[in-house]
Design a binder for this molecule. Structure first.
Ligand SMILES: [Ca+2]
Ligand SMILES: [Ca+2]
Ligand SMILES: [Ca+2]
Ligand SMILES: [Ca+2]
Length: 502
């Protein structure tokens, strides 16, 4: 899809012109903010909690205290000092780290993480060195979307209170552009899988104090137009889906599905066999969730101006089951799943980018049927990143959206009204970091949930499992990504599950 990249390049230039002219698109529920980049206070209008559609998302952007209008791309929920925080990548401006304090989302970005000049795009957190603290990887572009770039990515490690970039002195980064990065547990432990664009993909981990790239060893260093990544844990290993597109006329754009065999320590690429290669479409967001509560993870993929997919897991692979109201093509960026109203059913949110006129976002139930989206429609929103996270710890999921590419906009934040109860579980790794890629099965229903490893497309969801419509106690089985299992009765509404000690 060479035209796609050409269009993105043009859009980026137009966006830059618009910015220099001081043009700002104002999102629904926000107030005009003066000049671009100005760090004003709250940008959302206060929302009357008693009005509106009870079946839809309401705007709570006014809770974001530090919310400059700027071009952003990804948004990653990372765990820092034991607390879930939000890291947004800046494009033509700084990255931001935001945390919840006294009823507001406030910025608290360490100087080392701001990195205002490298034009970052995807980000993820993952404890690759086993010290219990997630490292933060940012995929930079240097302003280029394909081929080689003149910047290095960043891999920030928190050392004695200061974030140190481990790639600065390392030869591991290959300096090809890309889009997404995710936390993936290979047979050798946690690493960052990096989806490159027109360059070999990477799986970067630490071994004996040095960074290494495991992708060649696992035959994952393929070259394509890499876009999205999602982990799909099974009993046999942690599979990895990579959503791709054509990057040249000579290339093909099929997706990859790497089936991990944990016991043999190998992967096999089986996307075509499973029915998810979709070579004619340009993949964007991807999500994994148990849509029919049968204990098998299903897959959703939104494509750029092509049919969006809902795949039901079967004995033979994946079967496309999206109704037209879900599959209808849009200028999509992300797909977010979560039980936002705590009724026990999963909702799906399609986040679009309005770079060529209005492109409203849409909201669906787990079968793909459209439901009222409410304030989160954002017809003029330049959607790029999206994350689900219970950032205020009240047991209800928030939806946080980043915007950018074609222009500068603030972050936005939404939640459901009239939410029911939930049980939230955080499996912890052997090193007491979030056990991303862990699989949680609820005994009473058989439904399974994944601790997100990122990225969907550019992002990372919270490192928790959110079980809506549930009340403690519930019995769960956690399959850690190395295959270790733990059964536990969860007695609190928010509980950690420790890695079993011998
Ligand atoms: Ca670490
Ligand atoms: Ca299923
Ligand atoms: Ca629901
Ligand atoms: Ca919440």
């Amino acid at each position: 899809m060479t035209d796609v990249d050409a269009r993105i390049a043009v859009v980026a230039v137009v966006g830059a012109i618009a910015l220099s002219a001081g043009v700002i698109t104002v999102l629904p529920g926000t107030v005009s903010m003066g000049t671009e980049g100005e760090a004003n206070g709250p940008v959302g209008t206060a929302t009357d909690q008693t009005e509106g559609d009870s079946g839809s998302l309401i705007d709570i952007t006014d809770r974001i205290a530090d919310n400059p209008s700027q071009r952003r791309y990804g948004i990653a929920a990372v765990q820092v000092d034991g607390e879930t925080q939000l890291f947004s990548t800046g494009f033509g401006g700084p990255n931001q780290l935001l945390r919840w304090r006294d009823g507001n989302l406030v910025e608290d970005t360490p100087r080392e993480l701001r990195d205002p000049t490298t034009n970052a795009i995807g980000a993820a957190g993952c404890d690759i060195d086993g010290d219990g603290q997630e490292e933060i990887y940012t995929l930079t572009t240097g302003g280029r979307y394909g081929g080689q770039k003149d910047t290095k990515d960043r891999l920030y490690d928190l050392q004695d209170g200061e974030w140190v970039d481990l790639l600065q002195e390392s030869e591991v980064t290959n300096q090809y552009t890309g889009r997404s990065v995710a936390c993936h547990h290979s047979p050798q432990g946690y690493g960052f899988f990096v989806a490159r664009y027109a360059g070999p993909m990477q799986l970067i981990t630490e071994s004996n104090g040095s960074l290494i790239d495991l992708a060649p060893r696992y035959d994952m260093d393929r070259v394509t137009g890499g876009r999205s990544i999602v982990n799909i844990p099974t009993e046999d290993g942690v599979d990895l889906f990579v959503g791709n597109e054509r990057y040249s006329r000579a290339a093909t754009g099929e997706n990859f599905y790497y089936r991990q065999n944990r016991s043999s320590g190998t992967y096999e690429e089986v996307a075509a066999e499973l029915g998810v290669a979709d070579p004619r479409q340009a993949a964007r967001g991807a999500e994994v969730f148990d849509k029919d509560k049968d204990g098998d993870l299903d897959l959703g993929v939104v494509n750029w101006e092509g049919p969006h997919r809902l795949y039901r897991s079967t004995d033979r692979g994946f079967e496309g089951v999206a109704p037209p109201e879900f599959s209808d093509p849009t200028a999509s960026r992300n797909l977010v799943s979560g039980d936002f109203d705590n009724d026990g059913g999963t909702e799906l949110y399609i986040n679009n980018i309005a770079s060529q006129g209005e492109q409203p976002n849409s909201y669906h139930n787990a079968s793909g049927a459209e439901i009222p989206v409410g304030d989160a429609r954002e017809p003029d929103g330049l959607g790029t990143g999206a994350a689900r996270v219970d950032i205020d710890g009240d047991g209800n999921l928030e939806l946080i959206l980043a915007h950018g590419e074609a222009g500068a906009q603030p972050l936005t934040m939404y939640r459901h009204r009239n939410s029911g109860e939930s049980v939230r579980i955080q499996p912890m790794s052997e090193s007491s970091a979030p056990a991303r890629n862990a699989l949680v099965e609820v005994e009473s229903t058989g439904q399974v949930f994944v601790v997100d490893g990122g990225s969907g497309y550019l992002n990372q969801m919270e490192p928790w499992v959110h079980i809506g419509g549930a009340e403690p106690p519930i019995n769960v089985t956690v399959t850690f990504p190395d295959g270790t299992r733990a059964q536990q009765t969860v007695r609190q509404t928010a509980s950690k599950v420790a890695y079993p000690q011998n």
